[in-house]
Design a protein around this ligand. Structure first.
Ligand SMILES: Nc1ncnc2c1ncn2[C@@H]1O[C@H](COP(=O)(O)OP(=O)(O)OP(=O)(O)O)[C@@H](O)[C@H]1O
Ligand SMILES: C[C@H](N)[C@H](N)CCCCCC(=O)O
Ligand SMILES: [Mg+2]
Length: 223
């Protein structure tokens, strides 16, 4: 039997921490497919995370799996769904299989906001991650406040039995914050994307290549 494709879940300590930018860099480096299960409202540029990843990752648009839910309001998915008159059904959030149009290879999946964001009034993203049982990358800021947010996120994931691959930092270097989080959170430091003056596909690919090792995302090291 063929082994299932490597699936990586990209979550973060908050909304706006850089999950989509990081996910695009990761998907580009691995030649991966990408899936945003629930898009709530337009992104900062008026589009969607899927469109931005397709543009930034340098992967063909057909490698992007369609969202299970596209909601109109830029809110927590549970509330955006209510306002659109939609009931999010976790059973419809099964990880997409390799298929004809999308092809095979690794799959990068992006959550929305942080780990305890509700998908419904009794189902959190962290519950969904626990159901998926795929390794999770926590995208975290480097600046003041990140220690608390990141340690809380790691604790919440582990409390639910979610496998944590490690932490990907975004921001200016802050060696002590990064080291403190990884030591106290017993998490692998995967690397750090710097703040890019202009996020172009080439600049993003170069920044990822300089700071991360693709094999860290394709191995089996999970804590
Ligand atoms: N490395 C970076 N350098 C410069 N700007 C960045 C970087 N990473 C993210 N940004 C900017 O920060 C903003 C938020 O990033 P992004 O959309 O990736 O966040 P997110 O965590 O995916 O948010 P959401 O929860 O809405 O999915 C965007 O305007 C993005 O362009
Ligand atoms: C709309 C935004 N860009 C994200 N897609 C959803 C963020 C939900 C955050 C909910 C919360 O933690 O209060
Ligand atoms: Mg995003």
């Amino acid at each position: 039997m063929t082994a299932p494709a490597r699936t990586l879940i990209v979550t973060g300590t908050d909304t706006g921490v850089g999950k989509t930018v990081f996910a695009a860099a990761l998907a580009g480096a691995l030649g991966a497919r990408y899936w945003k299960p629930v898009q709530s409202g337009p992104d900062d540029e008026g589009g969607s995370d899927s469109l931005r990843v397709a543009r930034l990752a340098g992967i063909p648009a057909h490698r992007i799996h369609p969202e299970a839910y596209r909601l109109t309001q830029p809110l927590s998915p549970h509330r955006a769904a209510e306002l659109d008159g939609v009931a999010i059904d976790p059973a419809r959030l099964a990880l997409p299989q390799e298929d004809g149009p999308r092809g095979d290879g690794p799959l990068v999946v992006e959550g929305a906001g942080g780990v305890l964001v509700p998908l419904t009034r009794d189902w959190l993203y962290a519950d969904q991650f626990a159901r998926w049982q795929a390794p999770v990358v926590v995208v975290a800021r480097t600046g003041l406040g990140t220690i608390n947010h990141t340690l809380l996120s790691l604790e919440a994931l582990r409390a639910r039995g979610v496998p944590v691959l490690g932490v990907a930092f975004v921001g200016e270097a802050n060696a002590d914050n990064e080291a403190t989080i990884c030591a106290m959170g017993q998490a692998k430091r995967l690397g750090r994307l710097p703040i890019l003056p202009a996020i172009t596909p080439a600049a993003l690919a170069a920044a990822f290549a300089a700071a991360f090792r693709p094999q860290d995302f394709l191995g089996e090291d999970i804590a």
